[in-house]
Design a protein around this ligand. Sequence first.
Ligand SMILES: [Zn+2]
Length: 205
Amino acid sequence: MAKLYFRYGAMNSGKSTALLQAAYNYEERGHAVLLAKPEIDTKGDLGILSRLGVTREVDFLLASQTDAYATFQQHRRAVVDAAGRDVSCLLVDEAQFLTEAHVDDLLRIAILESIPVLAYGIRTDFQTVAFPGSRRLLEIAHSLEELKTICRCGRKAVFNGRKIGEQYVFDGAQVAIDGEEVAYESLCGACYLQESRGVLNGSKR
Ligand SMILES: [Zn+2]
């Protein structure tokens, strides 16, 4: 039986870089992989952008109503037809934006089709609340692995502070509205609470 893996981290923990490296490792050994991501992420259309400068296009996008299982099977058949070999792994970037139904399908793909699924994403939003896709992955993934990054103070960063200009903000939509100039900084718990004056806005929900 294959497994569903969730590799999560704060912003700038190198998730996309790790995903592209994993894809490369499979392909270097002659294995075929499929790459996917939710459609909500419009940073680069089909592209997976690594901070180290590597870019690669996904094989398919998952819109909120997309049947992830059927879409995977369709692309898998195309690989088998074209390359004469099965897919060895499904890699999913920006997994925090998946729907719960997508994540359930990823588990089914791993278990029923025996294809390992590696999902990479951010655990929580700027108010320290889990994204829907991440929450479902934390609930049902076989394996959880944290990708680490460093806060400005040198401790491990676990939260994502949202900034508009130089100012941290703690209210707003989970996904910033298009055109809104926001930036994110990975923070440890102590620095987050210092900036928010002790507020964890998740309790408002
Ligand atoms: Zn810190």
